[in-house]
Design a protein around this ligand. Sequence first.
Ligand SMILES: Nc1ncnc2c1ncn2[C@@H]1O[C@H](COP(=O)(O)OP(=O)(O)OP(=O)(O)O)[C@@H](O)[C@H]1O
Length: 309
Amino acid sequence: MIRVQSLTKCYRRKIAVDDIDFTVESGKVTGFLGPNGAGKTTTMRMIVGLDEPSSGTAEVRGRKYRDLQSPLREVGVLLDARAALKSRSAYKHLLAIAATHRIGPARVREVMGMTGIEDVANKRVGGFSLGMGQRLGIAAALLGDPGVIILDEPINGLDPDGVLWVRSFLRQLAAEGRTVLLSSHLMSEMAQTADQLIVIGRGRILADGPLQDVMSSATTTVVRVRTHRAEHLVAALARDGVTLTSQPDGAIDVSGMTSEEVADAAASEGIVLYEVSTHAGSLEQAYLALTEGSAEYTAASIASKEENA
Ligand SMILES: Nc1ncnc2c1ncn2[C@@H]1O[C@H](COP(=O)(O)OP(=O)(O)OP(=O)(O)O)[C@@H](O)[C@H]1O
């Protein structure tokens, strides 16, 4: 379990992380989602002791990362896939990390097998693609068979096979009871990988909870109907709390009523419906609604910065 309490990080005048609280539970994949500059990396760096908080605490399994006796065996971390020494082979790179915790070559070979990099074991890390570097970073994170795994943007640079592999691999690690925290700005990927979501924007938590709850709190489910008697239907459905929106193709989107309520109201007026379908909001819509105004760099802000330059 990871627990973050009143965590704040200021760089001179910039507040990168602003008094945040959250808990990451074991047995689940928790997605840490937010626009560029939201504070994801800074938060993860504080959790693993690479940055000192300005105030507040971040604990892994009830202790600060720096106080863990055998960190590699408790927390697996991938923060920067390009951080490996370029002149070393993948095998030697992993062996060097393993040696810090008296982990032997057998486990090094095992994690290379798990992450699909055995064939490039003797290749120089400097020649690796970003995707291979991500696999190497994940292999390093797994060396100590840790119960907590923290990965910053682990699917950056991966091809579709690699993305699929990371997704099923992380789900498997969570199913084994581990705590898995991964950051990404790819909403579609999170929708398929995460059980829980923490959404951050401008250093503040915007949403925290089960994926479905976060999505339904930030989006509206609509009932789409079609009829030849649109005006009559609108009159039959109009009431407080119900919003009716005409679509360019003639459909009417109804929010504030279930599909059954819409169909019953139409039937009681003798209005024939040709379509009654329910459309839930996507994670992308939820994300955009939640992070509206939180992106550090948007097309408009870049344009105005350039004008002022
Ligand atoms: N060492 C630093 N010195 C000054 N400002 C920093 C430093 N590190 C991060 N920041 C600022 O803190 C804010 C949060 O950055 P952070 O890298 O944590 O965001 P992020 O959510 O990981 O973004 P991205 O998705 O782009 O990686 C940004 O405004 C960033 O410019």
